[in-house]
Design a binder for this molecule. Structure first.
Ligand code: SAJ
Length: 423
């Protein structure tokens, strides 16, 4: 149920391993496209694997049919008040209720707030009249794969299966053994829900620590990136990378699912979200200082995607920064080798040359591999006045020795007019 970034690859992997699969999505356009033999999302290897199984072990439809096992893999977005929106999970469960028979297994893969299986999914399933845990088996089996590496990680990653009772857990684990070569850990539903959320929360809190260090370093005149590199030489330290903010639909969302359920207790988690959410403003304010008195009010943004080497701009801090800069009155032109104009009407997406020419500031917001080799020569040939601000530490400063170059090692100098004049 749900043929998105996770549901479709999961359906394909089951089909490839010999299981008969019906992939269901409520979006008719998606089903029509898939039935024509075309995939609607981008992922390494997806198209080839899809061609192997479509109209063979994999069929697709907008309506579910009676099956032995049902896997729910629908989105759980966040509401405006930061509460979890589990309505897609609820409606997918309601859709299968009339089909459920004794001996069936229901698995929720979607990321859900703690206690969702017990408090929301099970009460709906009880309406079947089947006895949960003996006649109808229920488990949470969170997806944990990284976009770009989905087909590798689906197979090799450790899988967590948390049932509502040991019999449900066993059934869930058996199902995933069809293609998972990684370890399959058996636990209860609540522990599975919480462990999925804590993985992403751990990263969010760790990134917040790095971003807070940047702000402290800005005040104290410290080289934040050197501090992190040195601290990480310690065998038990792993501070993550600071940046322009945290994007995507996982790290920037999942921590709120914990905060919602325990707001008084989730103090560090909540503050970390605030710190990471403040980064786009921090970056936009620095740009304003950098461009004070500059003749050219155009900003060339390098990178719109939420992270390197992918085309996904949803929830991207880069998009928020562009919006803030546009609101401050700057002309903002973006270049992103993975993103095209159809994906946004907020700002023009141009070639590297068109973005950089005539700009007062070149602002690096995504660590795409294409940006890592940029040199001052590449910029100066297009623009003799450009200042560079790399918020991702993706360009080696040695390659930028002929232009005014800023990253989180020297942003404290942005305050010092003398440095700006020297350039
Ligand atoms: N980021 C930093 N600093 C870092 C690492 C990341 O600023 O040191 C930023 C990235 O630039 C990006 C955001 O964090 O904007 C999230 O990127 P990410 O690579 O950490 O994660 P996602 O959102 O692409 O995928 C995560 C993964 N979770 C973990 O690594 C624990 C993935 O395995 C999950 O399956 C996915 O969330 C999910 O669906 O929950």
């Amino acid at each position: 149920m749900g043929l998105g970034y996770i549901g479709l690859p999961t359906a394909i992997m089951f089909a490839k391993s010999g299981v008969e699969v019906l992939g269901v999505d409520v979006n008719r356009k998606v089903i029509n496209k898939l039935n024509l033999g075309e995939v609607h999302i981008e992922e390494n290897g997806l198209d080839d694997f899809f061609q192997e199984v479509i109209h063979k072990n994999l069929k697709v439809s907008t309506v579910p049919e009676e099956s032995d096992a049902y896997i729910i893999s629908v989105p759980t977005p966040i509401n405006a008040d930061f509460s979890a929106n589990v309505t897609y999970v609820e409606s997918a469960v309601k859709m299968i209720v009339p089909l459920l028979r004794s001996g069936n297994l229901v698995i929720v893969e979607s990321t859900i707030p703690p206690r969702t299986i017990d408090d929301i999914v099970c009460p709906i399933l009880e309406s079947t009249g089947l006895k949960l845990g003996t006649e109808l088996f229920v488990a949470h089996c969170p997806e944990r794969v990284l976009p770009g590496r989905i087909f590798i990680e689906l197979v090799e990653n450790t899988r967590i299966v948390g049932g509502i009772n040991p019999a449900s857990t066993k059934k869930g684990a058996e199902l995933y053994r069809a293609f998972v070569t990684g370890e399959i850990i058996e636990t209860d539903a609540l522990t599975a829900e919480m462990s999925k959320l804590m993985e992403n929360t751990y990263r969010d809190v760790n990134i917040a620590l790095a971003n807070e260090l940047v702000k402290i370093s800005d005040k104290l005149g410290v080289k934040a990136l050197d501090v992190i590199a040195m601290a990480n030489k310690h065998p038990r330290v792993n501070i993550h990378f600071p940046g322009p903010g945290v994007g995507g639909h996982c790290l920037a969302v999942d921590p709120y699912f914990i905060v919602e359920k325990a707001p008084e207790e989730a103090v560090i988690i909540s503050r970390s979200r605030e710190i990471n959410s403040s980064m786009p403003h921090f970056v936009a304010d620095k740009c304003e200082v950098l461009l004070e008195g500059a003749k050219h009010k155009k900003i060339a943004v390098l990178g719109l995607a939420y992270k390197g080497n992918i085309d996904d701009i949803r929830e991207s801090p880069a998009m928020e920064i562009c919006e803030l800069l546009l609101n401050k009155g700057y002309q903002v032109v973006a270049h992103d080798p993975y993103v095209n104009q159809e994906q946004t009407d907020l700002l023009p997406v141009e070639s590297f040359e068109e973005a950089v020419a005539g700009s007062g500031l070149v602002l690096v917001l995504t660590d795409h591999k294409q940006f890592k080799s940029l040199t001052s020569h590449d910029l100066l040939s297009l623009n003799p006045h450009a200042i560079v601000f790399d918020t991702r530490n993706c360009i080696n400063p040695d390659q930028m020795n002929e232009v005014a170059f800023y990253n989180y090692n020297n942003i404290f100098k942005i305050k010092e007019k003398s440095v700006l004049i020297k350039r």
